[in-house]
Design a protein around this ligand. Structure first.
Ligand code: ADP
Ligand code: MG
Length: 281
C-alpha cells in the first residue's frame, strides 16, 4: 500500500526515549451535549434487503454506548451509515448539527471529520513506524496540504506522540507496526483515530480478534476516552459481559430493529439473550 508517508524517515524521530516527557498535551475535555443524533434511519440495500428499520439513537459527549446483536442484525450497516460509507435509504444522521445523509462529495468529507471509525482489524501499514501510522489519522484534515506536498506538516507529529502516550504506547513510536501484538496494534488504531481529533468514536467489534486481556485493555481505553476526554463512543461488541462492564447504555439490535436502548444496569440477561435467539419464522 502506498501512503503519503513514503518512508518512516519522513518523521524526525530523535534519539530513543526522546518522547518520555510527552503527555501534557491531552485533548481538552469537550463541552457536554448530543454529539450524534440518528433519526428514523432506514437502510435498504440494492438487492432489496432492508438491514435497518427506522432506527433512532442519540449519543452525548462523555457517553459510551455499546451495540449488541446477532450476526446480520445490522450493526455494521448502522456504523457505515453513520460514517457515510453507506448512504441511508431514509432518515438523518446529524453530527455537529449537519445531516450527513443529505451531503455528498467534499461537503460529506468535511462533515464527517468529527467521526472516527475503528474496525475489528487495526489495518495498520505494517512496514511503517507506529508513529507514521498514527500520523495517518490526521490526513483527512490536511488533504489539500497533503496533495501539494505529499507529506504531513511537522506540527502533527507532536500531537501524534501525545495520542500514542494516551494509549500507553509512546515507547513503541519508532517500532515497525508489523511487529506489534494484536492488542498493541488495536491501541495504535485508537491513537490513529484520535489523530483525526474526533468528537464521536465508532468502534465496530474492536476486540473481536483479541485475547481477553488485550480486549479488556482496549475497552478500558475506550471507556477512559469517553469519561476523561469527553468523546461520544459507540462500540459494537459480541461479548455481553464486556458490554455490561463498560457501557453507560446498551442498545440491542435484532433484524435491523431497535429492541432496546437503556441504561446498562437496566438491561436484563434475558433481554440480551433474546437478541441471539433464532427468528421464529
Ligand atoms: N452490501 C450489502 N448488500 C446487501 N445486503 C447486505 C450488504 N451488506 C450487508 N448486508 C446484509 O444486511 C444485513 C446486516 O448486515 P451487517 O450490518 O453486516 O450485520 P452485522 O454487522 O450485525 O453482522 C445482513 O443480512 C447482511 O447480509
Ligand atoms: Mg458486523
Amino acid at each position: 500500500m502506498n501512503t503519503p508517508f513514503s518512508t518512516s524517515r519522513d518523521i524526525p524521530l530523535g534519539p530513543a526515549g526522546a518522547f518520555a516527557s510527552v503527555g501534557s498535551t491531552k485533548p481538552a475535555v469537550r463541552a457536554a451535549g448530543v454529539r450524534l443524533a440518528v433519526r428514523d434511519l432506514t437502510m435498504c440495500y440494492e438487492n432489496g434487503h432492508t438491514a435497518l428499520r427506522s432506527l433512532n439513537l442519540s449519543v452525548s459527549a462523555g457517553e459510551m454506548v455499546v451495540v449488541l446483536g446477532s450476526n446480520g442484525s445490522g450493526k455494521s450497516t448502522f456504523m457505515k451509515c453513520v460514517v457515510g460509507l453507506n448512504r441511508p435509504t431514509a432518515g438523518s444522521v446529524k453530527v455537529a448539527g449537519r445531516d450527513l445523509a443529505t451531503l455528498s462529495g467534499e461537503a460529506l468529507r468535511e462533515a464527517r471529520l468529527p467521526l472516527a471509525l475503528i474496525s475489528q482489524n487495526a489495518n495498520l501499514v505494517k512496514r511503517r513506524s507506529v508513529l507514521a501510522n498514527v500520523c495517518c489519522g490526521a490526513l483527512g484534515r490536511h488533504r489539500t496540504l497533503m496533495s501539494a506536498f505529499g507529506r504531513l506538516p511537522r506540527d502533527e507529529i507532536e500531537p501524534a506522540m501525545s495520542y500514542l502516550d494516551e494509549v500507553g504506547l509512546l515507547h513503541l513510536a519508532r517500532q515497525r507496526a508489523g511487529t506489534l501484538s494484536g492488542g498493541q496494534a488495536q491501541r495504535v488504531a485508537v491513537a490513529r483515530a484520535l489523530a483525526q481529533r474526533p468528537d464521536v468514536l465508532l468502534a465496530d467489534e474492536p476486540v473481536a480478534s483479541l485475547d481477553p486481556e488485550a480486549a479488556d485493555e482496549v475497552m478500558r481505553l475506550l471507556r477512559r476516552l469517553a469519561t476523561e476526554d469527553g468523546l461520544a463512543v459507540v462500540c459494537v461488541l459480541h461479548q455481553p459481559e464486556l458490554a455490561a462492564r463498560y457501557a453507560d447504555r446498551l442498545v440491542g439490535l435484532r433484524s435491523g430493529l431497535l429492541e432496546f436502548d437503556r441504561q446498562a444496569s437496566d438491561v436484563s440477561s434475558q433481554q440480551i439473550a433474546g437478541l441471539y435467539l433464532a427468528e421464529a419464522s
